[in-house]
Design a binder for this molecule. Sequence first.
Ligand SMILES: Nc1nc2c(ncn2[C@@H]2O[C@H](COP(=O)(O)OP(=O)(O)OP(=O)(O)O)[C@@H](O)[C@H]2O)c(=O)[nH]1
Ligand SMILES: [Mg+2]
Length: 394
Amino acid sequence: METPRQEELLKPSRIPLSIVLPTYNESQNITRVIDSISDSIPEGTKAEIIVVDDSSPDGTGSVVADYANRLGQGMKKRLHIEVINRPGKMGLSSAILAGVESACGDVVVVMDSDMSHPPQTIPRMLEELAHSKCDIVVASRYIKGGGVSGWPFKRKLMSKGATKIAQYSLGITVKDPMSGFFAFRRQIIEGIKFDAIGYKMLLEILVKAKGARIKEIPYTFTNRRLGSSKLDTSTMIDYVRAVWRLYRYGRSAPEEKRRSVRFLSKAGRFYTVGASGLLVNYLVSFVLTALFPAIWYLHATIAGIALSITSNFILNKLWTFEDRDFSAKRTLVQYGMFAGFSAFGALVQLGMVYYLVESQGQSYPLALILAVATASISNFLLNKKWTFKERVWG
Ligand SMILES: Nc1nc2c(ncn2[C@@H]2O[C@H](COP(=O)(O)OP(=O)(O)OP(=O)(O)O)[C@@H](O)[C@H]2O)c(=O)[nH]1
Ligand SMILES: [Mg+2]
């Protein structure tokens, strides 16, 4: 049901374009963002800018209201500025949703309000929507020509990690599903119920707007220069919650259900076996040194490693990959590959810990966690594909 404002603005071809700007404490950035947007949108295009402000303590809301009042008559004909004031900080995705739900434009652009997303990219997004048969245009950091400037290593790693989680667990092929800068035809989200949890609204649109045709165009994300980031631990927890909800939402598609469930349950089994291997390794080394005090501790450790690789191999063959064929040649080849990949994993782990601690100055505990995670992921995928001859996904 349209609001009176929407009825007014929806009169035929009144407003083709809506730009949604979520703001929390962006008083130092917001006027420059709006200036740059009004300079960038194509000549003659009418647009509305919807600023969704969560009662920013720094007065961002009133800065925008002042700006809108000071707009010249000529500009007012072309640019309509609306501020949605929300009672308190309620999260980025829900702010975007509030803006999108009140938008009137046939096309909606969503972007951050801290100058990280260059408004000069908007005309290209509109161009793509107008001319190439697509419904969503994603401004992407992770395709050719795209990039990120000014982010510390840790931030890049977090972004890439979160991207991979989204792609694998939700079966998304878009290279930058975490992008906060995108445009879409408003009609593709009509009738969709959004959870709008956390930070990544695009992810939810990509999962729920089934059949939407998507195009990625490159752009460079520039780290904010003014104001402070709102990204914190609660945002990351929200992200995991949002992905889990979308994963369960995604399970409604039978084919998707089977493959993603299979992949994750295999990964789960592989890591359970891995954990049991640690136990075997420890117990064997410990029992050997206890029973045979004369044994050199390194011999005991090597025996522990060898037996844990063997038990891991047998358990993964039987349980994880449900392979009951223990014919001699086949099993020996598999065992050799499995042991080889385990050794390779150990080397990756060692190399990564050394690189992170020595050249990236990371703390040892963080470096170890990252290295073990990377080595175990490569271990799982290599064995799945090569040792047990399975598709990587499914
Ligand atoms: N209305 C509203 N806007 C928010 C909220 N959280 C963040 N924003 C806005 O959403 C945009 C993205 O937030 P940022 O803090 O810049 O997130 P980020 O880009 O991942 O972090 P930085 O790289 O540090 O800038 C900015 O325009 C924020 O002002 C919120 O809870 N409510
Ligand atoms: Mg930002």
